[in-house]
Design a protein around this ligand. Structure first.
Ligand SMILES: [Zn+2]
Length: 177
């Protein structure tokens, strides 16, 4: 990041890099590269609601628009699951297989621990302890997969259920007003 920032910065900042290393842009210029995006209208920091896509990385899943508290709306760079490309969906579906393999791998320390306990065997115990180190890494990966799947579920809920509920509420309030 810092190297790229130096390239992007003006000569003044090159001479005094401690002056400012963060690039700020109004959110309307997103997805132009910046570290911080602020609302054009009210100046609120909206960075965490915007997703910068990268080439060869799957599209982020999330609401397509973000409405600032002041009423201004911005494109977030994310797409809901239902509108993702087939390529993106295929990538996610491949993750299900990987997550399953990880799950099986996570079961192996359990089996090893059980064997070590059953046989009161020191070598088995050593293998069990070693497998726990790998399991910690796998568990983290597995957790990331689960978070990804939760994002998809939440996205489907937003597009298929919440939009309908909103339409229904709007329709009824229009009827009674
Ligand atoms: Zn605003």
């Amino acid at each position: 990041m810092s190297v790229i920032a130096i390239y992007h910065h003006s000569t003044a900042e090159l001479q005094f890099p401690w002056v400012s290393m963060t690039e700020r842009l109004p959110a309307s210029r997103f997805p132009e590269s910046a570290d911080v995006y602020f609302c054009d209208k009210c100046g609120r920091d909206v960075t965490r609601h915007l997703y910068r896509g990268r080439a060869h990385v799957r599209h982020p899943i999330g609401p397509m628009r973000y409405g600032c508290a002041c009423g201004q709306t911005y494109l977030t760079g994310a797409t809901e699951w239902d509108y993702l490309s087939d390529w993106d969906k295929r990538q996610w579906r491949a993750d299900v297989g990987l997550a399953f393999i990880l799950f099986v791998l996570l079961l192996s320390p359990v089996a090893l621990g059980y064997l070590a306990y059953q046989r009161r065997s020191i070598p088995f115990l050593a293998v069990f302890v070693a497998s726990l180190v790998f399991a910690a890494v796998f568990l983290r990966l597995f957790g990331l997969f689960l978070l990804g799947f939760a994002d998809i579920a939440w996205s489907i809920w937003r597009t298929r259920v919440l939009t309908k509920v909103r339409k229904l509420v709007f329709h009824n309030s229009a009827l009674f007003s």
